[in-house]
Ligand binder design. Structure first.
Ligand code: PHE
Length: 495
């Protein structure tokens, strides 16, 4: 046995035990006393360590103890029922049943009379009478004493009283307790005392220690890395936030810049700029959150005019537009953005001539009924590529690369329709054998780019984040993300 691996408390406990004979049983109290410890955990830990080294053996005995139950504690605090009744009776000149019933509540008066009768009280013409009050007082006192003496071992208690209280509800309970004793083994007795001197052991390696020469002679605490330990709980990102960070990292790595912009927007930029007709059903109050304050926001007059021309007759694009009616007041209505395309299109308006690759991961709002897969507030992964030669193939490759990096290598596209792109695509990802629709993409129409003065093709997409989150995090209910279930949050894999 190499005693140098023993920890200081183990050394101290072994030294104490070596003063006794082989096989002597040491109780926890004896160890605490001999080692001058107050913390039981130190003694139990040291005993455990010595046991692991084969220097002591541990015997665990289960001891049954009698303790006060809930009612037993109450009886001590407020007085045992027969104690209170007996006190009452002694103070009454004529302790009649009627008076007892008015002095005690019904649930006490009923069983109370029974208890008094057991103790030798007689009922005589409606009046309670005690022939030997001395013995009743003694019996009551003995019961109170009994309860006061708890907790106690069963064999130290009066068997008749124990039996009596065992019949009454919740006055006493039997509790099993494990008691450990430690005994020295031969190996433990054989450890030479000079090996058991407590040493100054270094547990923390600090820069100061390493800079000084002290470490050369110091004794370091040995760690047993095979022991079970509790997992430290540290702060960490919410899984949704971690996922967003990962998406950012992927797009940044692919050469995109991030765009962060407001979610309070005008219907003009959210819809008119994207050639969504003013009578489009998605514009209705039941789908879009319009704001009361501000109810409307300013939009550049030239831009308003350009949209109007585009919507009414196609402007200079050669398109025929939507015709019908068009209102610039509608364009100024303030709303919570329903998609992040509202931001990329404004980015293009601010930079109509510089080629760019821009993405955003941000919140959007739609009046959705909340269920397993829908929330009124959710996120989109948006992006644009504006450069000479930007085309569908480039768009599809970009999205396939993105999803492959997110762990979804199987991606397919299908024709789709959006008022602002032509051609348009729907992007689907294969997950567990099923194709799931994750978003839309396409090349912005001239009706979108022309009024902004853009001459270069723009490939654009908008993907749902929540669906992807459900796949990556293995959720079957999106609401799980927002219920702050700490246990679940702690156990989420690191993304
Ligand atoms: N804005 C569309 C949506 O919310 C997605 C999209 C973005 C489609 C860009 C085409 C181009 O679903």
């Amino acid at each position: 046995m190499d005693a140098s691996t023993l920890l200081n408390p183990e050394r101290r406990m072994l030294r104490a035990m070596q003063t006794s004979s082989l096989g002597d049983a040491w109780t926890l109290e004896a160890v605490l006393d001999a080692c001058q410890w107050t913390d039981q955990a130190v003694a139990v830990g040291a005993g455990h360590g010595l046991q692991n080294h084969g220097l002591v053996t541990v015997t665990e005995t289960v001891i049954s103890e009698i303790r006060r139950g809930e009612q037993g504690q109450r009886a001590l605090d407020e007085g045992l029922l027969e104690q209170r009744l007996w006190a009452w009776m002694q103070g009454e000149e004529s302790p009649s049943m009627a008076r007892l019933q008015s002095a005690f509540e019904r649930h006490e008066a009923g069983p109370g009379v029974g208890l008094l009768k057991q103790l030798g009280v007689a009922l005589d013409g409606g009046v309670l009478r005690a022939d030997s009050p001395e013995s009743i007082s003694q019996a009551v006192e003995a019961r109170v004493q009994f309860l006061t003496s708890l907790p106690s071992l069963p064999d130290k208690l009066d068997p008749a009283l124990l039996n009596h209280f065992a019949q009454r509800k919740d006055l006493i309970v039997q509790v099993d307790r494990t008691v450990r004793t430690w005994s020295l083994t031969k190996a433990g007795a054989a450890v030479a005392p000079e090996h058991l001197a407590e040493s100054v052991v270094i547990t923390d390696i600090t820069p100061e220690l390493l800079q000084s020469d002290e470490w050369k002679t110091a004794e370091f605490r040995a760690f047993d890395v095979t022991l079970e330990a509790t997992t430290p709980r540290t702060g960490r990102s919410h899984p949704m936030q971690a996922l967003i960070e990962r998406i950012r990292a992927v797009f940044l790595e692919m050469g995109f810049s991030e765009l962060v912009d407001d979610y309070v927007q005008t219907a003009g930029w959210n819809m008119d700029a994207l050639f969504i007709p003013q009578d489009h059903p998605a514009r209705e109050m039941q789908d879009t959150f319009y704001l009361d304050e501000p109810a409307s926001l300013d939009v550049d007059a030239d831009v308003l005019k350009a949209w109007e021309a585009i919507h009414l007759h196609g402007g200079d694009t050669g398109s025929t537009g939507w015709g019908g009616r068009y209102s610039t007041e509608v364009s100024k209505r303030a709303l919570l953005r329903t998609h992040t395309t509202v931001n990329t299109v404004q980015y293009l308006a601010r930079h109509p001539h510089e080629p760019c690759r821009v993405f955003s991961v941000d919140r959007v709002f739609r009046k959705e009924a909340i269920d397993r897969t829908h929330l009124p507030e959710f996120h989109q992964i948006e992006g644009i590529i504006m450069e000479e030669g930007a085309n569908m193939q480039m768009l599809v490759t970009t999205l396939k690369t993105f999803y492959a990096k997110m762990g979804c290598p199987e991606v397919r596209v299908r024709p789709a329709y959006f008022p602002y792109t032509e051609p348009s695509l729907e992007v689907e990802v294969k997950w567990k054998g099923k194709w799931l629709e994750l978003g839309g993409a396409g090349i912005f129409r001239p009706e979108v780019t022309e009024p902004l003065g853009i001459r270069t093709p723009v490939a654009a997409w908008g993907m749902g984040l929540e669906r992807l989150a459900m796949l990556v995090l293995g959720l079957d209910d999106i609401r799980q993300l927002y219920i702050s279930d700490l246990e679940w949050l702690r156990n989420q894999p690191i993304l």
